[in-house]
Structure formats: C-alpha cells, structure tokens
Design a protein around this ligand. Structure first.
Ligand SMILES: Nc1nc2c(c(=O)[nH]1)N[C@H]1C(S)=C(S)[C@@H](COP(=O)(O)OP(=O)(O)OC[C@H]3O[C@@H](n4cnc5c(=O)[nH]c(N)nc54)[C@H](O)[C@@H]3O)O[C@H]1N2
Ligand SMILES: Nc1nc2c(c(=O)[nH]1)N[C@H]1C(S)=C(S)[C@@H](COP(=O)(O)OP(=O)(O)OC[C@H]3O[C@@H](n4cnc5c(=O)[nH]c(N)nc54)[C@H](O)[C@@H]3O)O[C@H]1N2
Ligand SMILES: [Mo]
Length: 767
C-alpha cells in the first residue's frame, strides 16, 4: 500500500460540537479496531501474531512502547492497542534501502510528513550522505566505522555528544556510556532530559531517589490514587487494567488534568468478553477536575490546607506526627506558607473552586494509603520542581511514602528510559563510578560533568559541539525550538544516527553524516555464542530479559550493541581490557560487567533476568532510608503557587500545552486519529474552548498562527493551524507535539533539571 494520508490530503480535524469529547470508554472495541487498522496498514509480517502472543511475557519480547510493568502472572494478551501498534510498526515488511534512497534526495524527503518518512520501512543497510548527489548512499560497515572512528578520535572529546533515546537495552546502553567515558567525556544526554529529568533531579533532593517508590503490589493495597497530568489511556494503557481492579475493590481515584482524558474517565476491558458486550465499563475517576495548566501547585496547597484544618479540628488524628518528627525536615516552614496562601489565589491559579478542592481533600483524608501518580503534566513546567515538591509534601504529611499501598509514582515514558540512566547513560560522574572504571578497565573517569540535552543544543548553536551521535530517537523533532535546531544541525561536523526507521533528524545531515540501521527489540539477535537476549528496566525498577524472534530486516542490519562496539573500537586506542569483540559475541559478559559496576542493583544479573515479573533492584526511599543531604525526607515550602514561568505581560497570553495523540509514539506518527479525544484528521490544530474563541473572535476551522510570547526578539511562529473547539479550561490552548515544538524556547525549562516547559509555553494567537 502507498503512504497513507499524504500531507495535502489530510482532512480537517473534526469534533462533534455537541459531544465535546468521545463518549466511548477507553479500551473497548475502539482499541481492537485501532490494532486491526495498523495491522492492515503497516505491511506487518506474518510473524507479528506470534510476537504479540509473547509480548511482555517471560521468555518473550518486552514491548518497545512504554515503560509500564510486565507482571509475573501476565494475561493471555499482555499488550495494549499502542503496544501492538509499536510492535507492528517495527515488524514492517517495507524496506528503506539503497533503492529508496537512490529514488529520493534528502531535499525531497525534507518535504515529507513524519508519518510518511517512517512508513518507507525498516532501514536495511548502512548509509553515508553524499553532498554532491544530495542522497544517502550505501556504504560498508567497515568503512562507516573507520571514518566515524577517525573523526571522533581527531576531535577533542568534549566536542562530541552521545544522545540516547530510551529504547536500547541495558547492555548496549552500558557500553555506550562506557565508550563516552573511555573517550574522555560524559556528554550523554538522554530522552529523559525532555521528560522525567524533573523527577530524577528533584526526587533525589526531596526523598533521596531519582525514581518512583511504588511497585505493582502497592496498587493492590492503596485506598486512593491521586492522578496529576498523566494520560493513561494513550500512554500506558495496560495500567488501565490495574486501575480497573483497584476501583473494583473500592480504591477511589481523583484526577487533575486540563483535558478530560477518556482512559481516566471510564474503561472497558477489551480482553473481557463480558465487559465488551454485557456489563457497563468501569468508571475510573470518582472525581475529575480540569485544572488549569500549571495550576497543580495551587491545587496541592489547597489540599494541604484542608489536611491541616482537619488536624486542627481533631489534633493527633490526621497528620502522621511520628513520621513527620522522625523522618522529615522542613515541615514547619512549609506549613507556615501553606496556611498563608489564600483561597482566592489558589482558585485563580488552579481554575478550580475551593469547594472542589475541599471535596478532593475529603477523599485524601478518608484513605489510609495513598498513591500520587504523575506524568508530563507535572514535569514539563518551569516550576516542575515544586509540582513534585508539593506532591511529596502532600504524601509525607500523612506518612504516605515508604509503606505498602502508598508512595509517589512517576509513570516513565520509553521502555528502557529509566534503565539507561541506571547503567550510566547520563552526564553526571556519579552515574558511572570512577573507581569501577579504573578497576575494571584502567580508565580515568572524566572529571568534567557532561552536557544534558538543553546544554548540548546550546553547544550546537554556538559551535562548541561538533559531533552528535544518536542511539535512537529523533532529536531534531523532539527538542524545543525545533526550527532553530533543525537549521543549526547541518553545521555539525559529524552526525551519526543508529536507527530502525527514517526520521527528520536524519535529514539534517552534518558535514559527515551516517545512518546506521539497527535491530529492533522484536528482531532475532544472533551472535557468535548464539541467540542473545537484551534487558530493560520498567517504571517500577524491575528488570527483565527480552528475546526477539523475528527475522532481521536484512543481513546488513547489526544489533545496537554491535554498532556501539564497532564505533568504540574504531575510535579508542587499543586497550586489552576493553574486549569489544568478546562482548558482542556474548551479552552475558556485558551483564557481568554491569553487575560488577553496580553490585547493589545487579548482583547475579544473568541468573535473575529471566525471572517472571523481573527482578526488583530496590529503592531506599521505599524502606524509609532517605539518601538526601539531611538524611531525612524533605518538605518543600510553596514559594509560588504557579508552575508557569513569569507572565510576559502585554496583551493577554494563552498557556500552550503540547499533547500526544492516541495514534503516535512521540515523533512516530502512526496515523491521524486521536480516537480517545474524539478527534481525527489533521494534527495541525489548535484546541481551544468556545468561550475563549468568542472572546478572541475566532471561528471554528479558521486558520491561525501561534506566536510565542516570551523572548520577543526571536520570532517563534507556526502557521495555518485550524481553530478547533474543545473542552479545555479558560486561558489555555492545546495542540500536538512535535508539530508545535518550534514554539517552545530552548531557554524555557524546569529550573533544576532543564526539562523543557512543553506544557506551559505562553503564546498568542494571530488570525
Ligand atoms: N502511545 C504512546 N505511549 C507513550 C508515548 C506516546 O507518545 N504514545 N510516549 C511515551 C513517553 S516518552 C512518555 S514520557 C509518556 C508520556 O505520557 P504522559 O506523562 O501521559 O504525557 P503527555 O501525553 O505529554 O501528557 C500528559 C497529560 O498531562 C496533561 N497536562 C498538561 N498540562 C498539565 C498541567 O499543568 N497539570 C496537569 N495536572 N496536567 C497537565 C495533559 O492533558 C495530558 O493528559 O508516554 C509514553 N508512552
Ligand atoms: N512539545 C513536546 N515535545 C516533547 C514532548 C512533549 O510532551 N511535548 N515530550 C518529550 C519526551 S517525554 C520525550 S521522551 C522525547 C522523545 O524524543 P526521542 O526519544 O528522541 O524521539 P522518538 O520519537 O521516541 O524517536 C523515534 C525514532 O527512534 C528510532 N527508533 C525506534 N526504535 C528504535 C530502536 O529500537 N533502536 C534505535 N536505535 N532506534 C529506534 C526510530 O528511528 C524513530 O524514528 O520528546 C520530547 N519532546
Ligand atoms: Mo518521555
């Protein structure tokens, strides 16, 4: 089949004005139809059905979509609509090989839609950009490694950046992190830098762990779950089964989200014949509050006020006084500011009424065990640190961290994003211990901290960075200020993409530029010692093996681990302790190195990784062992009530939130339907409520431009977006990532971690 939906034919996005959102439950028949459509549309190979049957099960393939847990007692189908889409997308029978690249120049491909680029199929041989022909031409692996190695070896190590998207397994990731440090730098930004870095940095400060404290077991014992800014129905659909079970045993769910996301409203289990045909879908959220973007600090301040009032009314019965006294610091200062905050201010920032917040607080107070869940709605804000600080505060007041059925639970994105950090992919020295580098390999660790994603971009713009190696991902599209970054990219001396499918980042070639095709998670990976498994860590810090079973796209496609080893060997001076060939031959050896480097987390790695449900690497905060500066859990005073940056002043601005549709995985656009939001057609839309439309004099379907309202000396604009009425709070607009990324300034990010503020950019609409 030809590329579907070429850009010009994309119909206008439609939404029935009388049904402001889809009325069908998440899951249900729609999800089965979604899978069927992708299967028909993606030239999926026959092996897909077999792979899907093993997905997320011991001995099978661990889904390459999200980082949700793989339970030890999986269902018959332990996959969701979006996991199936990701799997089938990878098992594409189309090939983007020499012929494809001979037929299409890079300039021509730059005009293609993201969807159509990936639809060209799996990359099947190494390619080098030829500037005279403006084409990628086939090249041998030996020549590719040799030239890239020569380029890197000639460069001051600090000028190279090694990015990782969260796909690659722990083995390849560890070697990648080792390669960078052996070369002499730790410029190791990762997709987490655009995602949960707010979590990694700030939870470390507050409770002494960079990751969440919950495990699946907690969801069997919690009495309430407070949800902030995480879209379960699209982004971690298997979680809906856990929520359904929790609700059915009486757990009460409260959601704060500007968008009424279907999955958090109701869910019909597509694997339950009964629920699909006879019984009603399960109501998920008992209360659903459409908070304003950036309004969560105010909400949580209000909730804390109510908890304090209840304690005042019945002293000694509401707060966990013993826990607060023994395990925490900063309580009094925090409480003083919470008491001081006025309901008028809280209502203004949150867009909710005092009554609503009091109602939610009643539910929080009724629970012995509470879990706080969050996603990008809290992390991608300038004051994301305080969003998380407030959620910790709320939980800590009642001792809700470090006991069964309670805790703070960020939902991670990429399937191995958390694990890559665990095994050293990160710009900080602490991420790969210097003594281990010395003992195991005789390497002196770099002393200078490396560049994160924002700092690497600044380096590209000002010329400090000369080489960008990408282990997966699509940085040019995913980054903030994407138009500026796309223009700056070709100034790089060297760009190398290790990838499964073609994307826009590959079409901004540096002076020397390669695309190196790699195996995906579903592909069989056979090396000298036989078939190899790889491993990943989920959002609950459990580690599992994944064993691919599909025929690789071509004999010219190498594993990520083999590519990393090939690059390292060609770059670094010979060192008998860096046994790249031996490691490629048998990944067990790499896991032994990981176990030796991180013995607390990975002891007996090879012995444990096949264990059903994975093995748990533990979390000190879960045991109330606070690895913070003070040795205690830290309360954080709410010094502001808004997660947004400074109001730019001037004409009134709208807060832009950038969303994922149900038909995409990050920059991979599967199709043009956002079924759960009742939207389909073009993605170039600006969602806005009818009252705001009237106030701004806009009509439905009108084409408008959006302009960023900060840093007015740099023009950031997107044009020809269709005004689409949608049920949103006042004062905000929404649209899709990555189409709106040119609007987000690189400098507009979370304060402590530099995570871009993709959910809180001030914009103006221009008719
Ligand atoms: N199918 C699919 N699955 C995915 C992905 C995908 O693209 N597609 N991406 C993966 C990745 S890398 C990640 S990080 C995760 C992302 O998963 P999520 O964390 O769910 O991220 P988003 O979809 O960006 O947005 C989350 C929600 O935040 C809400 N929101 C926006 N601003 C605010 C705010 O100020 N306050 C509150 N309370 N809510 C707000 C939005 O309405 C949205 O519902 O999903 C992963 N899983
Ligand atoms: N405006 C806005 N921008 C955002 C966000 C947002 O919410 N709003 N979210 C941010 C977040 S949370 C994230 S995580 C980033 C995502 O940023 P990235 O991780 O950089 O982007 P992806 O779209 O996930 O990368 C897709 C590409 O990965 C490659 N790929 C797929 N599978 C594999 C594999 O197995 N191995 C290898 N080597 N390559 C593979 C394919 O070539 C594919 O084209 O985007 C961020 N950008
Ligand atoms: Mo992410």
């Amino acid at each position: 089949m030809d590329n579907i939906n070429p850009p010009d034919d994309h119909p206008a996005t439609t939404q029935d004005p009388d049904t402001p959102y889809d009325h069908h439950p998440a899951g249900g028949w729609g999800s089965l139809q979604g899978i069927a459509r992708i299967a028909a549309d993606s030239h999926t190979s026959a092996v897909a059905a077999k792979i899907l049957a093993t997905l997320n099960k011991p001995g099978g393939v661990m889904c390459s979509s999200c980082a949700w847990a793989k339970p030890k007692d999986p269902g018959t189908f332990e996959f969701c609509e979006n996991g199936a889409k990701a799997t089938m997308w990878e098992l594409d029978r189309n090939r983007a090989g020499a012929k494809f690249f001979a037929d299409h120049s890079v300039t021509e491909l730059q005009g293609w839609h993201d969807h159509d680029l990936e639809k060209s199929g799996r990359l099947s041989e190494p390619l080098r950009y030829d500037r005279d022909q403006d084409r990628y031409l086939p090249v041998s692996w030996d020549d590719a490694f040799a030239e890239i190695g020569k380029e890197l070896a000639a460069m001051a190590p600090q000028k190279a950046v090694f990015y990782a998207s969260g796909h690659a397994g722990l083995e390849a990731s560890y070697l990648y992190a080792l390669f960078a440090r052996a070369m002499g730098h730790q410029n190791l930004p990762q997709s987490s830098n655009m995602c949960h870095e707010t979590t990694s940095v700030n939870l470390q400060t507050f409770i002494g762990t960079p990751v969440g404290t919950c495990t699946l077991e907690d969801f069997e014992h919690c009495d309430t779950i407070f949800f902030f800014g995480q879209n379960t129905g699209s982004n971690s659909p298997r979680f809906l089964h856990i929520l359904k079970a929790a609700v059915e045993r009486g757990c009460r769910i409260v959601t704060f989200n500007p968008v009424r996301e279907r999955g958090l409203i109701e869910f019909a289990d597509p694997q339950s014949p009964g629920q699909m045909t006879i019984t009603k879908p399960t109501q998920i959220s008992e209360k659903y509050y459409q908070v304003r973007p950036g309004g969560d600090i105010a909400v949580m301040t209000g909730l804390m006020k109510c908890v304090l009032e209840a304690e005042d009314a019945a002293p000694g019965t509401v707060l966990d006084q013993t826990f607060i006294a023994q395990e925490t610091t900063g309580f009094d200062e925090t409480v003083a500011l919470v008491r001081n905050a006025s309901w008028t201010e809280i209502e203004a920032h949150s867009g909710l009424t005092e009554g609503m917040i009091r109602e939610a607080a009643e539910i929080y107070l009724s629970a012995d065990n509470a879990i706080g869940i969050y996603g990008m709605g809290l992390t991608q804000h300038v004051n994301g640190w305080l969003n998380l600080g407030m959620l910790c505060n709320l939980l800590l007041m009642r001792g809700n961290i470090g006991k069964l059925g309670a805790g703070i639970s960020p939902v991670r994105g990429h399937s191995n994003v958390q694990g890559q950090r665990t095994v050293g992919v990160g710009e900080k020295s602490a991420q790969m211990p210097a003594d281990k580098l010395k003992d195991l390999f005789g390497i002196d660790a770099p002393t200078q901290e490396g560049l994160n994603a924002v700092h690497a971009c600044e380096g590209i713009l000002d010329g400090r960075v000369e080489a960008m190696i990408s282990l997966g991902g699509n940085l040019v599209r995913a980054l903030p200020d994407s138009a500026r970054m796309e223009a700056a990219w070709p100034r790089l001396r060297l760009t190398v993409h290790v990838a499964t499918k073609l994307n826009r980042s590959h079409l901004a070639p540096g002076q020397v530029s390669y695309i190196l095709p790699c195996l995906g998670r579903t592909d069989r990976d056979v090396q000298a010692s036989g078939p190899q498994a790889v491993s990943m860590e989920d959002t609950f810090s459990h580690i599992y093996a994944s064993l691919g079973g599909a025929e690789p796209p071509s004999p010219d496609v190498l594993s990520e681990l083999a590519i990393v080893a090939g690059l390292a060997k060609a770059t670094l001076p010979a060192n008998p302790r860096l046994d790249w060939d031996g490691w490629v031959a048998n990944y067990d050896q790499v896991r032994d190195l990981i176990a030796q480097t991180y013995p607390d987390d990975f002891a007996d790695f090879n012995g444990r990784m096949m264990q059903p449900g994975g093995f748990y690497r533990g979390n000190p905060a879960r045991e109330r062992n606070w690895k913070t500066e003070s040795g205690k859990a830290q309360f954080t005073p709410p010094t502001t009530l808004s997660a947004l940056g400074e109001d730019p002043g001037g004409d009134p601005v709208l807060t832009l939130i950038t969303l994922r549709s149900n038909d995409q995985f990050n920059t991979t656009i599967y199709g043009f339907s956002d079924r759960l939001r009742g939207l389909k057609g073009s993605r170039e839309v600006v969602l806005i409520n009818r009252a705001e439309m009237a106030r701004l004099g806009l009509s439905e379907g009108q084409k408008v431009s959006l302009i960023t309202a900060i840093e007015p000396d740099v023009v950031r604009r997107v044009m020809d977006f269709s005004v689409t009425p949608y049920d949103l709070p006042d004062g905000c607009v929404a649209g899709y990532y990555p189409e709106l990324n040119p609007l987000v300034p690189l400098s507009y990010h979370e304060k402590n971690s530099q995570t871009p503020a993709y959910k809180g950019t001030p914009v103006r609409i221009v008719a």
